[in-house]
Design a protein around this ligand. Structure first.
Ligand code: CR1
Length: 822
């Protein structure tokens, strides 16, 4: 047994006691939410044993530690996952059963910790799981947003955003750590003063505003190894120790301002995925958590080590995209102003400590802060950025004499902006992309100049996902089936899934596999009926596209194709057609108008199609409200087809694609991101690939785009579908509702080329691939084989593999084992 605390009687008593002490109630009177809290506190006791043991081990062995800095950690629910990783899920389920409590219902009381938008934030969460499971010392560093990703309601087919008050009932797993509170300063001016003692200049910040950063620690439980790492997320509080006697008007105002700053800074997650909004508050958030995290990191390091010049031997910092890149200059500031290092010494330490991951080539996602904003908010940090830039520009001029174009393209400070990616690359000792194709595009297109100048920094780390959450927890039926056939080694070594491959030729195994899929489809059908009021048929093909809504991800292509199929079925009622359920789930950033129009279109098509009795239920369209980590687990388990249809070159990696594959859904996709590697692993015959290649897309882009009108006027089916955006078919006769979508496909708009994402260009090839899906599905043996082989070939896509590569090639961490406390 993992821990004595999970012995049935002990655990049951704990839960009862917790209900009494937390709520002064007997268990029979407790609400489901209260039972969730009581169960969580009982589990937390076991976690804390290991958390302490882990900290003691780290204390003793002093392993090198990674600080994974990220504005987003999309954790989802903790209870079920913690039980899974403590290998206590089944015992606890039984114990609760005996008390007449259903663990599923208990789990359902927990709000998702939705401190992230999409792939980038969920990747950070999977990475933490893998770091702990593999036995590496790691801190996740982030922000404890009071409001996470908004909850999505659909009203009249439109997205409505509802605040996500995820902390309202309290978060049982977190621990507030007042002892590590740190001050973070904004604004004011810098006075330079010669210091007689140090013989150096001191840089004194005056008239600044400041906040107190207070960390909350969340446990990150490794799988079955007693390692518990920490996700440290920062809350803000006003600094209130101003003297009452000096409480004149000015200080009063200042006090209130600081109070407001503290309140607003951690108030809410910016709901943008792959998009930079350039808001001052966002930069404040970035500096806030970066500065606090670095201060504690240095303090901790100095407790054990005298010489900060050797920091990089024990610490490495991974910057998750450019969001935490201000860490470069903040670390320089701390090393120079606080630790007294000279510039060169500080630069050596910094450039051996920080590393950068690029997650996108979408130009609208690039962070470029206006210099006036940046320098006003972070005056001392800005001076340091200037100096980094000055020295770098000198270096470029030395390497490329007379080539001022290089300077313009590569400098950090240019055209009144601070280009964060450039700072990250210049300072980072490693720069990585997140899938092979993406890294190649970085090296040869987007970051070409940097790659030429410093090729040794560039490397690829293809993303991965944790099988613990997305199979063991999310799909218990399939997890048990896999374990029955190949043992449970896959839980910590996903490459063992390949042992399933022979079963693809075993009719009994195939039947079992498809039976499990069917049960998962029933489970999802029930969820959809309860939550969305739509009835779907588990015998139909579940064709699923779940991910953030973004034009480049091309949900529009998917729904246009549904409109096309609907036309076909109406026109040829006799045509053989395998029933299909198109399932969508997607949040659109609150300010992303076109994305919201696409949601409306999907719901409008659903309305028409689902209510047309004449098509005999052959076609259903469902938009799952509030797509998030917790319902994603069920959706992946139930999917037949995985829609990964981004315009080639635009999706850096994708990670949903891997979760579908793990759960036995073949990919219908473009040769983009990690799809390329998925196809390589599973074989092209077990996927449905279509569309332009990334080279072709880039080629068009570099040569003025393509002309969608040519397609529109020559392909009658396409013209009809596009016209239906305007003729009122899906808008109760309203000709304006979808005009913008229509225009986006055919006309130049605000400098954007028509159909920038090649939807019409790829339409025919997509429709053909869809046809092949249908043919394949009609042959149950063939389909079962494909589905099974997807699961069997997913080994590469575990985040354990990704993390091991980061450890081996970038971070060089020490492996640690933790002995549980006796
Ligand atoms: C990419 O769009 C990738 C994740 C995680 C996203 C997606 O393809 O899987 O990152 N990028 O690497 C992003 O959010 C800000 O950029």
């Amino acid at each position: 047994m993992y821990s004595k605390r999970f012995e049935k009687e002990t655990f049951k008593n704990d839960v009862k006691e917790n209900v009494r002490t937390l709520y002064r109630k007997e268990i029979e009177e407790a609400t489901p939410q209260q039972i969730f809290q009581a169960v969580s506190y009982a589990v937390k006791e076991a976690i804390v044993d290991d958390w302490l043991a882990t900290q003691k081990t780290y204390e003793k062995e002093d392993p090198k530690t990674v600080y994974y800095m990220s504005m987003e950690f999309l954790m989802g629910r903790a209870l079920g996952n913690n039980l899974i990783n403590m290998t206590a899920y089944k015992e606890v389920k039984e114990a609760l059963d005996e008390m007449g409590i259903d663990l599923n219902v208990v789990e359902d009381q927990e709000p998702d910790a939705a401190l992230g938008n999409g792939g980038l934030g969920r990747l950070a969460a999977c990475f933490l799981d893998s770091l702990a499971s593999l036995g590496y010392a790691a801190y996740g560093c982030g922000i404890r947003y009071r409001y996470g990703m908004f909850k999505q309601k659909i009203k009249d087919g439109y997205q409505v955003e509802v605040p996500d008050n995820w902390l309202k009932d309290g978060n049982p797993f977190e621990i507030r750590r007042d002892e590590y509170a740190k001050e973070v300063r904004f604004g004011g001016t810098i006075r330079v003063q010669y210091n007689e003692q140090t013989k150096k200049e001191d840089f004194i910040q005056e008239n600044y505003e400041s906040v107190l950063a207070i960390p909350y620690d969340m446990p990150i439980v490794g799988y079955g190894n007693h390692v518990v790492n920490t996700l440290r997320i920062w809350d803000a509080q006003a600094i209130t120790d101003f003297k009452l006697d000096a409480f004149d008007r000015g200080e009063y105002h200042k006090a209130i301002e600081q109070e407001n700053l503290a309140k607003t800074i951690v108030e809410v997650l910016y709901p943008n995925d792959n998009h930079y909004a350039g808001k001052e508050l966002r930069l404040k958030q970035q500096y806030f958590f970066v500065s606090a995290s670095l201060q504690v990191m240095l303090e901790k390091y100095k407790k054990k080590h005298k010489d900060v010049r050797k920091l990089y031997e024990k610490v490495t910092i991974q910057m998750n995209d450019t969001h935490p890149t201000v860490a470069v200059a903040e670390l320089m500031r701390l090393l120079i102003d606080q630790e007294g290092l000279g510039w060169d010494e500080a630069w050596e330490v910094t450039t051996k400590t920080v590393a950068y991951t690029n997650h996108t080539i979408m130009s609208e996602a690039l962070e470029k802060w206006p210099i006036d904003l940046f320098s006003r908010l972070l005056p001392r940090v800005y001076q340091i950025v200037q100096e980094i830039n000055r020295r770098f520009v000198e270096q470029v001029r030395r390497m490329y004499p007379g080539n001022e174009d290089k300077v313009r393209k590569m400098a950090i400070l240019m055209d009144g902006q601070v280009r964060m990616a450039h700072m990250a690359i210049i300072a980072g000792y490693s720069v990585n992309g997140v899938a092979r194709l993406h890294t190649e595009i970085l090296k040869h297109q987007e970051l070409k100049d940097f790659y030429e100048m410093m090729p040794e920094k560039f490397n690829n780390k293809t993303n991965g996902i944790t099988q613990r959450r997305f199979l063991l927890h999310g799909n218990p039926l399939l997890a048990d089936w896999v374990t029955d056939h190949i043992g449970d080694g896959w839980i910590t070594d996903l490459s063992q899934m390949s042992k399933l491959k022979p079963l693809a030729d075993d009719p009994k195994a195939r039947a079992e596999f498809m039976d499990i899929k069917y049960k998962n489809k029933e489970r999802l059908a029930k969820y959809i009926l309860e939550h969305n009021g739509v009835e779907i048929d588990p015998r139909s093909i579940y064709d699923v596209q779940v991910k953030r809504l973004h034009e480049y991800k091309r949900q529009l292509l998917n729904i246009l194709h549904v409109m096309y199929l609907y036309n076909q079925i109406k026109e040829h009622p006799e045509m053989s057609f395998y029933p299909r359920t198109f399932i969508f789930g997607a949040k659109a950033s609150a300010g992303y108008v076109r994305a919201k129009e696409i949601i409306k279109l999907i719901n409008s098509v659903a309305d028409v199609v689902n209510n047309d009795l004449s098509i005999n239920g052959k076609l259903k369209v469902v938009f799952i409200e509030d797509y998030r980590v917790s319902n994603a687990e069920w959706i992946f388990a139930a999917a037949d087809v995985s829609e990964q249809i981004s315009t080639a070159s635009k999706e850096a990696s994708g990670t949903g694609n891997m979760k579908f594959m793990l759960n036995g859904a073949p990919t219908l996709g473009t040769m983009d991101g990690a799809n390329v590697e998925i196809v390589e692993e599973v074989g092209i015959e077990n996927a449905f690939i279509f569309g332009l290649s990334s080279d072709e897309v880039i080629n068009y882009e570099n040569n003025g785009g393509y002309n969608p009108q040519e397609i529109y006027f020559n392909d009658w089916d396409i013209k009809r579908v596009v016209d239906q955006l305007m003729d009122g078919t899906y808008s109760h006769g309203d000709h304006e509702m979808f005009r913008d979508l229509y225009n986006s496909l055919l006309n130049t708009q605000g400098g954007d080329r028509p159909d920038r994402y090649f939807i019409l260009k790829d339409f025919r090839s997509y429709a053909e691939a869809q046809k092949k899906v249908e043919e394949a599905y009609k042959d149950p043996d063939r389909w079962a084989k494909m589905a099974l082989l997807n699961t069997a070939s997913c080994g590469k896509f575990t985040s354990d593999r990704t993390i091991q590569e980061y450890v081996d090639n970038i971070w060089k961490l020490d492996y640690v084992t933790v002995k549980p406390e006796a």
